[in-house]
Design a protein around this ligand. Structure first.
Ligand SMILES: Cc1cc2nc3c(=O)[nH]c(=O)nc-3n(C[C@H](O)[C@H](O)[C@H](O)COP(=O)(O)O)c2cc1C
Length: 212
């Protein structure tokens, strides 16, 4: 049974992702492309993967160098996502979007202001359908902005995380003392302790409450 492409895109678009710029070198020139098909694959050894349409202009450069870096964008860097996706802007993608960059530990171009950059050696190149899967062995990581708000992508639109002043955690938070409330018998807040607007994600599914 085949699924119509439009249905597939609609279903996949429900899954929210971050946005990255995958960079590499074309000779001594930095090049990049916008990618959200990025995932971690293995912890030990550290492996990640990106999926690129085999027609993407950057594919020959990644194949020639055998390396790529994944730069995770902050919400202030939406313009980089547009530019590296080929938007008609000046400076354009051919001019590396005028982005600030510096060589990483392996010499790959890393974007200034990115939340994190992950430098990889191509461990496997797997053609699948109309895409190529590049599995990357992670050689270096840089976290420039550990608290930087990420740019998100959802239903083919950009999204930003709305930050609340407090947020209730109903599971047992790691690294938190068992007597956080000063009451050893009641170490974690009950749902009724929550102030308005701080309900956990599953609040609508609790018994006795109808979803909004
Ligand atoms: C938010 C966003 C995410 C994207 N993710 C991917 C991706 O994971 N893989 C891919 O092949 N193209 C992806 N693209 C598309 C390419 O960035 C864009 O179409 C491409 O750069 C067009 O240029 P080219 O086809 O000349 O290489 C994405 C575009 C945007 C805006």
């Amino acid at each position: 049974m085949t699924v119509p492409a439009v249905d597939f895109r609609t279903a996949i678009g429900q899954f929210a992702t971050g946005v990255t710029i995958v960079t590499t070198l074309d000779g001594d020139r930095p090049v990049g492309i916008t990618v959200n098909a990025f995932a971690s694959v293995s912890l030990e050894p550290a492996l990640v993967m990106i999926a690129l349409d085999h027609r993407r202009y950057i594919v020959p450069a990644i194949e020639a160098v055998g390396r790529y870096a994944v730069n995770v964008l902050t919400e202030d860097q939406q313009w980089l996502s547009d530019c590296f996706a080929g938007a008609n802007v000046t400076p354009d993608r051919a001019a590396f979007c005028g982005a600030s960059w510096h060589p990483g530990q392996t010499g790959l171009p890393l974007l200034g202001g990115a939340i994190a950059s992950i430098e990889c050696r191509v461990a496997e190149r797997i053609p699948l359908g109309d895409h190529l899967l590049f599995v990357g062995a992670v050689e270096a990581v840089t976290v420039q902005e550990p608290d930087g708000p990420p740019l998100l992508y959802h239903r083919r639109r950009y999204l930003r995380i709305e930050r609340a002043s407090t947020a209730l955690v109903t599971g047992k938070p790691e690294g938190r003392p068992d007597t956080a409330n000063g009451d050893p018998a009641r170490p974690y807040p009950e749902p009724s302790d929550a102030s308005p607007g701080t309900e956990p994600a599953d609040a609508g599914s609790r018994p006795g409450r109808t979803p909004d």
